[in-house]
Write a protein that binds this ligand. Sequence first.
Ligand code: SAH
Ligand code: SF4
Ligand code: F3S
Length: 462
Amino acid sequence: MPTQMPMLSDSARGFRPLPLITRAPRREPQVPVLGRAPRVHLWHIGCQMNDADREELAAQIADIGCVPETALDDSDIAVLITCTVRANAEQKVFGKFRELIPWKRARPGRAIALTGCMAVEHGEALLGRLPELDYVFDVREPDGFLAKLQALHAPNLDGPVIVPASDRLSAYVSVMGGCNEMCTYCIVPFVRGRELSRPLPEVVEHVERLVAQGVREVTLLGQNVNSYHDQERRARLPELLTAVDAVPGLWRLRFLTSHPRNAVPELFAAMRDLPTVCEQFHLPVQAGDNDLLRRMRRLYTVDEYRAKIEAAVDAVGPRLALSTDIIVGFCGETESEFAGTESLMRELRFDTVHLAAYSVRPGTAAARREDDVPLSEKKARLNHLLAMQREIAAARNALYVGSTVELLVDGIAEDGKPYGRTRENKVAWLPKGAAEPGELHTAQVVEANAWQLQVQPVDKAA
Ligand code: SAH
Ligand code: SF4
Ligand code: F3S
């Protein structure tokens, strides 16, 4: 087995951002003077970090006097915020890109930019591969792109654009970037760089700002969020949760994604003690066999993982909703290793499992091993676990019938039914006319299936 650690890419090692990359000047888009603020369409795929990056980029675009988040047909620039975690994420980006080509050709001056994890991974090579692509940039360092946008498309902008406040109730807040783990299959550390935590007061101030805009539920984000560390203030995730919990007007607090290695008793105590922290815990296990975990470089055993889950449930109570990520068909995964994963899923009975077939990522340590589980076998294993998990989720949700849940109403569907999420992060539906978005209800569960709950209001909590 190769034991050598993979090297970090240049941009990951030193956080050296990718500069704005454009085509050679003669191939730059011929831009007519718009006579108005340029409009920018944003599209994203991938994890919640990209949701947060999209929001940040939209704010930066508005700050320089351009209009973000416009409909594609009304837009001058389309920005793709991409993901590279599996080959199929990249294929979806290429698919989206192909859709944009007729859009770009329909009006002179339109341009396409690509950012996010694929930009860091492939850089300039993308311009060669995609002749209609105009700009590639690192979303962590967008100044070059923003300057270009401003100068090329409207040299005389009037200043920051006021974008109407959104009426959203839930928001993501990145509390740290990067990942220092080196799971052998994973490209994220290469494209997101080393861990870097935001200072605690900055996160609190961000949450206060969101709450002032009407946000009631916040999810703190990091690829390895429980290794959060504000060294100056000696604050780890429990201290951060405590500080954010104290923000007046915040109703609910969640955090993603925890690594089992850093899931410590202090975290479980904070989950138990802080009123806003929801009864939900996402703890990716990836596999249910010690050899497989070692080859993945996850740095824990199945027993250690099980103990973490038990400790979390002990602290928070049996209502704690558990979710995980699992990869099937990793290099050399035998029938018996796969059976270990299956039996762990049966034993721990997660509420939600994000299942994925192993996809080789160039440059990772695992890419040097043979990807020897045939695709048909990966699919068969995936489907087997999907079907099993559907049964488990249905049984877990059935336990809710007759009990009460707290529901934050997010919206009203086309058929008039209000819907929202419970503290355990389950989707729940109310009868028509029973509630308005933004309300917090106590409701009784009357029906459940694998994916959602049907509830009746008992009273309005807020
Ligand atoms: N930091 C998080 C999330 C990382 S990416 C964590 O540690 O869990 C999200 C998920 O994608 C991972 O949990 C893993 O299950 C999956 N994933 C990552 N690389 C993959 C690959 N090469 N093939 C298939 N799935 C992968
Ligand atoms: Fe990838 Fe998560 Fe492992 Fe980091 S902890 S390398 S993001 S799977
Ligand atoms: Fe994808 Fe980048 Fe997230 S690779 S999963 S968007 S960190």
